[in-house]
Design a protein around this ligand. Sequence first.
Ligand SMILES: [Zn+2]
Length: 429
Amino acid sequence: MSTVLRNVRLMPECGFGQGSVDVRIDGARIAEIAPQIALSSNDTVVEGRGDLLLPGFVNTHCHAAMTLFRGYGEDLPLSRWLNERIFPAEDRLTAESVYWGSMLAIAEMLRNGITSFSDMYFFCDSTARAVLESGIKANLSRSLVSFAPAINLAEDTRFAEAVALVKEFHGAGDGRIRVDMSLHAEYTNQPDYCAAVGAYTVKHGLGMQLHLSETEDEHNACIARHGKTPAAFFADLGVFDAPTTAAHCVWVTDEDIAIMAEKGVTAAHNPTSNLKLGSGVMPLRRLLDGGVNVTLGTDGAASNNTLDVLRELRLAAILHKGVNHRADITTAAEMLSMAARNGALAQGRGDCGKIEVGARADLILLDLSAPHNMPVYDLAATVAYSAEAHDVRMTMVDGRILYADGAYTSIDLERLRSEAGRVIAHYFD
Ligand SMILES: [Zn+2]
């Protein structure tokens, strides 16, 4: 059983020039790319119309179920937003509401061409169920906090949930789910707890997700508390010995960037969230020049308010030019790498985020015939500066079409609308 995507264009670095090609997908993987592929009678054929085939976008920082709080608590400073709106609302979350909030996020992401996301939250088994049922990929993590010193890991219920999540879901769905560990942030954790969780993460070969130097206050308070920056704090405790994705990195110093490069820490760039919450602008050029793997993330829908990596891509593509007064500071092609391949690498998915024979077929088709995308001189520039998420005609994960031309194949949208509406109403009773 194979699918043939007929008459699609690829980015020039795929090595097939400017003309259109056919792509055959057998099972979960790309089996053949050629100018013309002979069809057999049981092939499923998708007509590509000369549109652009890209690796699916990877959203490397998300709190999926926060779709439930989209638009709830706007125009507040981060601490008031968290303490007055988000934390009290999160106290009322249930396994069921996280399931529907996650499914709502997944529906939005598939429609926006996102094939995999990294998530930090709680009730993660609900999100895992939504991932398995919908067909998307995710690196899920149970966010850990430790406000009291000397917590015994063996008696910590949050840590027990994280370990249970690893046991039940790591590698589930033919590897579509990977389970990472997650230390929420330096300011929500004790050093001994971070060291213990870091050691567990390294010992079990897992990834790590955390928030790093999101705000100036957080960065400076860490220096006042520990005499070092958050990056040095985590590095010294051994946390960065696990493959780590650090969200935000707005206030990182050149010394932090050197640590991140040496330890192979990925920086997840969340430009919309950082602007909306007034946190600042990540030093993207310095991170890239310092050799750090930089990816894109949306953060949760309560601080964005969309889960749209293409929108983050476009914002990142123009933001750094503006704040640095340098139009040549970043290129469109760099943004495309951040949106897909770099994200797949951050997730520990080396066979995703690229279009070549043998790679996992996590693919999207982008409509190049839309008036706002014509003409095309430079495909990367079209994607970075003109394209919109509604140009995504098809989203495929592991060779399975999950969204095409406005319709989902794995999600009952009417039921999702009704159930999400029901659990959302719960917060405003
Ligand atoms: Zn976050």
